[in-house]
Structures are given as C-alpha cells and as structure tokens.
Design a protein around this ligand. Sequence first.
Ligand code: SAM
Length: 268
Amino acid sequence: MFKERHFKSYSGLLYDKTGISISPSKREMFHMKIQKLMRRHSVECYDEYFDLITNINDTKHVQDFINTITTNTTEFFRENAHFEYLKDNIEEFLKSNPRIMQNNEIRLWCAASSSGQEPATIAMVLKECLDPRISIKILATDISSKVLKIAMKGSYTDGECEGISKYYLMKYFKKTHNGYQLKHTILKSISYRYFNLMQDFNFKSNFDIIFCRNVMIYFDRDVQETLINKFYENIVNEGLLFIGHSESLINKMHSYKYLGPSIYKKLI
Ligand SMILES: C[S@@+](CC[C@H](N)C(=O)[O-])C[C@H]1O[C@@H](n2cnc3c(N)ncnc32)[C@H](O)[C@@H]1O
C-alpha cells in the first residue's frame, strides 16, 4: 500500500532533485507513475524501489525516475504570441542591444526545452527576422535525458508537425516517411545540454533572451522566485525573459520591467 510516508519520501526526493512539487490533485498520477516504474524494474515493494533510486552509486535509476515523472508536453509555435512579439519588436530589440550587431551573434537560452519543438521554433522565427549575418546561438537544456535524445535527432511525426504552417514546413524541414526532419540549418543553431534549473548557473556570458516556459508551474513560489532572480543575473541589460502564459511574476520579488503578458525585460 502507498502510505503517507511513501508519498512524503518520494515527493521529497523529487523536490530535492528537481524542485518539482506534487500538488494534491497530481498525487494519484504520481503514484501511478511510481507503480509503472516498479513494474519496469520488477520491484514489488515501495521501500525497495526507493532504496534503488537513492543509491548514490547508481544514478541511472534516479534519472529514469526523473524521466518518467516529468511532464514534457510541448509543441511547435506553442503560445505563438511570444514569437509574434519577437518578430514585431526585433528592430527595437537590436537597437537597444547594439552588441548583437557588433558581434554578429545573438545568444539565447531555452531553459526546459523538452523534445526540441520550442528551441526549433525560436530558431526558425529568428531566421525569418534577423540579418543572416547574425549567428543564432541557442542553448537548449532540460533535466530529462529522454527528451534531450529526441530533441537532438530533430525528427518529428506528422501529428507533431500539425501546428506548423506550410511555409515553415517547406523551408525548414525535409519530409520523411512518417513525418518531418528539421534541416541542419536549424539544428546547427541549437546546442542541447542536460541541465538542472536547481543548480548554480555558471555561464561564460549572459544571454540576450531567455525562454523559460511552462516549467515554473511545477515549482512552489520560493523556487520560482529564486529561479527568476537567477535568470535576471544571467540576462544582459535590456535582455528579455519569456515565461509561460499561465505563469506570472506577480507576488514575487524581482527587478524586471513588465512588457506584456508573460514578457519581461531586464533594465538596470
Ligand atoms: C511542460 S515541459 C515545457 C516545455 C517547453 N518549455 C514548452 O513550453 O513547450 C516542462 C519541461 O521542464 C523540464 N524540467 C522539469 N524540471 C526541471 C528542472 N529542474 N530543470 C530543468 N528542466 C526541468 C521537464 O523535463 C520538461 O521537459
């Protein structure tokens, strides 16, 4: 039986490793995912499986736990208002960030990039509106090794590509037997890395734009506040932060300037 003490140990471990809090409404789903993992590893007892995922000499089990528990829902052009905003405001953004034109390079971070649809959308949109001499460098990170593997391939089913207009499909994808393959011109602008948002940020230089969408909803208020302030430290002055449409910086201590729904600017 999945007792209260089991829930406390498993959800505590998840919180410590990822920052994710399990809300009461998600408790049953969480339990079902643990049962699925136990069946996969032929373990019958909750305590035994907990020992397995907390064994410091065997990190593959805890990674499998994280891969299974995280929700990786994403899609191309998700919350498209952000991409429209980027296109509509790119000239003004370049004017306020002259360094981009001077270095011929724009640096972005797509934090919690899941299976790659979000960084690929960012790359395609920037290709459309930026001078081709500007090199697009997108760091795309996630805590799930499973989705990172999918992202690196850049291969998607017909269903996954439904939200992409014919124009973008023709220009940036090659047709495959059951879907579409992203062209090299897009994949080469994205570097995929395993990265836990709970860890310290030690990037060699700050980002012009950070996208961190639809992951903060899984974190509690304190974790969210710490995270947005870590982002602030890692964005250039006049740089932008995009968060998910259902997320907000209201009731959190921060120094961003509000630009529009779920769009913020660092302004010193
Ligand atoms: C719902 S998806 C959002 C994907 C994409 N940003 C979007 O908006 O479509 C949330 C992603 O956050 C990742 N994630 C959860 N906790 C994380 C953490 N602590 N560090 C990095 N990524 C995390 C999950 O693995 C998952 O792929």
